[in-house]
Design a protein around this ligand. Sequence first.
Ligand code: EPS
Length: 388
Amino acid sequence: MRYMTAGESHGPALTAIVDGVPAGLKISEDQINSDLARRQSGYGRGGRQAIERDRVSVTAGVRFGRTIGSPVALTVANRDWENWTDRMAAFGDVPSDLVREVCPRPGHADLVGALKTNTDDCRNVLERASARETAARVAAAGIAREFLAELGVEVFSYVASIGGASLDEDDPMLAAPDYKPLDIELSDVRCPSEEATEAMKAEIDAAREAGESLGGTFRVVATGLLPGVGGYATAGERLTSRIGAALFSIPAIKGVEFGLGFEAARRPGSQVHDPITVDRKAGFTRTRNNAGGLEGGMTTGLPLIVTAAMKPIPTLMTPLSTVNLDTLEPEEASRERSDVCAVPACAVVAEAEVAFALADAYLEKFGHDNMTDIKAAVKSYRQRLRTI
Ligand code: EPS
């Protein structure tokens, strides 16, 4: 299962096409819309989210609520488009009063993108490099999430830190973090602790006051996984690299850790690897989950736990210095309307990327054509594992 998106931040709409979707999968528009709303939420978002009310429109591949085995096309309209029709028109003459973006923001794709594409207007780059595109990813991932849910796999996320404020957790690798979804979603920063939520909001307030922006870390957790999904034999099969690449494809992601992550490099082997036990009913399992649910590039059957780090958003209301592309003189970077912090939203996008990578690996193992055959293959595999 793969997706591709198109669309500019202030163009008419974002579009996604998902292919490799099996027939007979139930799709819920409401579920996708609720994920889109989660991605829009979060303390620290800027004025744009007051304009947008992201809703999906499914225009291909689904009939009477079920997939029919053809590519699924999804669209999310940009409500802000009506304010940009002249500046972002697909055709017609360049408006005489058009203000080009010529002061590239350090940390954004503006400068390198403009050099690469030979444009004198960074808007041609920033419109697509904008994280607005991730709305299309979340919509598209609705297909992957429904597929996984049918097979008993759930994907959720929570924010672990914003700036200097962190969630104080017991060792999350001892077992799966089992926070209540409601506690996460009711928090303004999608963090399951009220105390940490308040500390994170205070960091965001201080950053806004100072014209700053903030990054942070979050975890994505997938439960209900079968062991042996992914592969060890070739580079392309390894789920570690596939999920890693998927997460690094999200704008602003600077680090990804599986399970213990970098901490594993500081401990001796006996305190890193997870002892194996066997249970007559459940089959093989582990006494802890330092591996974060992946061994040898395959799922172990324990929850997948992956932590990602997001850098602060490059648009600063107290801008850094840059160079004007027209005059080559030093100037302040442009001050686009922006978010102070988008870590809670980014965690929802990361759920989408993890869901795609897992759905793709499940389809590889259990077949592609239709849900009946896939479920039969999953059932037979489950039975074989229990009879070991
Ligand atoms: C973004 C800048 C802001 C964000 C946007 C990403 O948009 P605008 O320039 O229109 O105020 O709100 O994110 C979204 C629109 C979104 O839906 O996530 C940027 O420069 O990357």
